[in-house]
Design a protein around this ligand. Structure first.
Ligand code: SF4
Length: 184
């Protein structure tokens, strides 16, 4: 069963890579640059730094820095200093970047294949894959990078949703993003 699961996930990943690579070529992007761009469109304000991208992709700082420079030169991302801590630089996806991602991520053929499943099957599959991902991250000793709404620090208070770690308010949109501080 383990081999079968590995095989299936590997083949899915391969198809996804092929389709996204083809889309990226239209902008002259390498797969790693596309991955960094996609990550930055899904992560929250605590996770949009060079270090977080490096941790998420599991690559060297040099490779990630080069990829970010390419994204910046193509005006797909911009750097913004943190308002309260000038040592922190956030990497924000621009409108051009978001337009590119909206047209290419997830790839069209992948969406067509997934929407052939019922809503319930899609939801059950997402739950099972999330569980495998979480277990794998723990076993591999990798930072979890989970979705905020499932984090143990995500607190619902009478005043709204609050991050128990930073004590900052979270919008509903924030709770759908990936966070490097995520904790189960
Ligand atoms: S609640 Fe958890 S996942 Fe959400 S911002 Fe706070 S630490 Fe990150």
């Amino acid at each position: 069963m383990n081999d079968e699961l590995f095989n299936l996930i590997e083949r899915l990943a391969n198809l996804l890579r092929q389709e996204t690579r083809a889309a990226g070529q239209s902008l002259g992007l390498q797969p790693v640059q596309q991955e960094a761009l996609y990550y930055l469109s899904t992560c929250n304000r605590y996770s949009d730094t060079t270090l977080a991208v490096t941790e998420f992709l599991g690559l060297t700082k040099g490779t990630v820095s080069q990829s970010l420079k390419v994204l910046e030169s193509k005006k797909l991302i911009v750097r913004e200093k943190d308002k309260s801590d000038k040592r922190i630089t956030h990497l924000k996806v621009t409108e051009v970047g978001n337009i590119f991602l909206a047209a290419t991520c997830p790839p069209k053929k992948f969406t067509e294949a997934v929407t052939q499943l019922s809503g319930k099957d899609q939801s059950n599959t997402a739950t099972l894959l999330s569980e495998i991902l979480r277990n794998y991250q723990i076993t591999a000793g990798r930072n979890a990078f989970g979705v905020c709404r499932n984090c143990k620090f995500n607190q619902k208070t009478p005043e709204g949703i609050v991050c128990g770690l930073t004590q900052e308010s979270l919008s509903t949109g924030d709770t759908l993003l990936i966070c490097r501080e995520y904790c189960t």
